[in-house]
Ligand binder design. Structure first.
Ligand code: TRP
Length: 335
């Protein structure tokens, strides 16, 4: 029996390197493993919990994200790529799960907690932004996972509390309605959290420090030139510590074959930061070029993207329908 892999991503912007190295690069590896049946959800309903007042942006980002994913090598023949809002069974399942979790537990969820703090910082108070839908999104994510019998969930580190929440809901469901659902397990990549070039612990869109896969050469150049290096290195021939330098960190991430030299020269004071940044810019562009190339193809073949999403969604929905039938039987609402 194949193992079911399920993961999701919100269409709130383009894919950035934090996501790529933290999670989506791993997805591309997993799709080639014949032991897995892989569902990948574009979580537009979840994006609406934060962006309900800007639906055209969410819609635009569904296509942007699909193109990003296809450009990094996602193969729609190997992965069911689908749009959450087109599978009403997920919404239905969310309603049934909402009885199985308390408000207190949702407020204690570390991911929800952090996001409420961010909202407060952004809007001054939680006021209008902490809606029922927002606080409940972990419940809807549990439905995302279980509608497709997700067993392994390849995600970045920030998603662990949401998977734990799903496991609790599954246990509760099974204890009341009978042993039907599987408890999912997270699958972390070897680099589940990626630092920003600005030295912050995480690269993120909302943190304003993201490098996007679709960034132009000029944007890449500007961002890398502003990266944080060892603050003790003042002059170009000062010896420095590459292990606290964001430029070195990114040399490592993109697997610069010249890595050892970069490290040695930096330690000995044989390379200046400007030279080192220029090398990173060049290597980064070499890394991004094939992705940019593929993206251009999909930008010129929108109808192909639409077809991929339509077919992926159809096959995913068939699975969700099967699950829903079993859930309805278990819950005795199969009239
Ligand atoms: N919460 C995830 C994010 O913000 C996206 C997501 C939605 C997801 N549904 C999921 C992740 C199911 C894993 C499993 O990126």
């Amino acid at each position: 029996m194949k193992k079911n892999i399920l993961t999701g991503i919100r269409p709130t912007g383009n894919l950035h390197l934090g996501h790529y190295f933290g999670a989506s690069r791993n997805w591309i590896k997993l799709q080639d493993n014949p032991e897995y049946d892989f569902h990948l959800e574009i979580a537009d309903v979840q994006a609406l919990t934060d962006h309900f007042d800007d639906p055209s942006k969410v819609r635009e980002n569904v296509y942007e994200l699909a193109m990003d994913l296809l450009s990094i090598g996602l193969d729609p023949k190997k992965v069911h790529l689908f749009i959450q809002s087109q599978i009403p069974e997920i919404a239905e399942l969310t309603v049934f799960y909402s009885n199985l979790v308390t408000m207190a537990r949702l407020y204690r969820n570390p991911t929800v907690k952090t996001e409420i703090k961010q909202k407060k910082a952004l809007f001054g108070n939680e006021g209008e932004s902490v809606t029922y839908g927002f606080v409940g999104y972990p419940v809807s994510q549990a439905a995302d996972i279980t509608a497709f019998n997700g067993e392994l969930i390849p995600v970045g580190e920030d998603q662990l509390p949401l998977i734990e929440q799903c496991r609790e809901i599954v246990r509760k469901f099974n204890s009341i309605y009978g042993d039907l659902l599987k408890e999912p397990e997270p699958l972390l990549s070897s680099t589940p959290r990626i630092k920003g070039l600005d030295g912050s612990e995480k690269m993120g869109k909302s943190l304003g420090n993201a490098i996007y896969l679709k960034d132009s050469e000029e944007e890449i150049s500007k961002k890398i030139m502003n990266a944080i290096t060892d603050p003790n290195k003042i002059k170009k021939d000062d010896p420095a510590n590459p292990h606290i330098c964001m430029v070195y960190y990114y040399h490592q991430l993109i697997q610069n074959p010249n890595l050892e030299t970069v490290c040695e020269e930096c330690k000995k004071g044989h390379r200046g930061c400007v030279q080192c940044k220029k090398e990173l810019i060049q290597k980064m562009n070499e890394f991004l070029d094939p992705i940019r190339e593929k993206r251009k193809y999909y930008e010129n073949h929108q109808e192909e993207v639409e077809k991929i999403l339509k077919e992926g969604t159809e096959s995913a929905r068939a699975t969700a329908k099967e699950t829903m039938k079993k859930v309805r039987e278990a819950m005795k609402i199969n009239y």
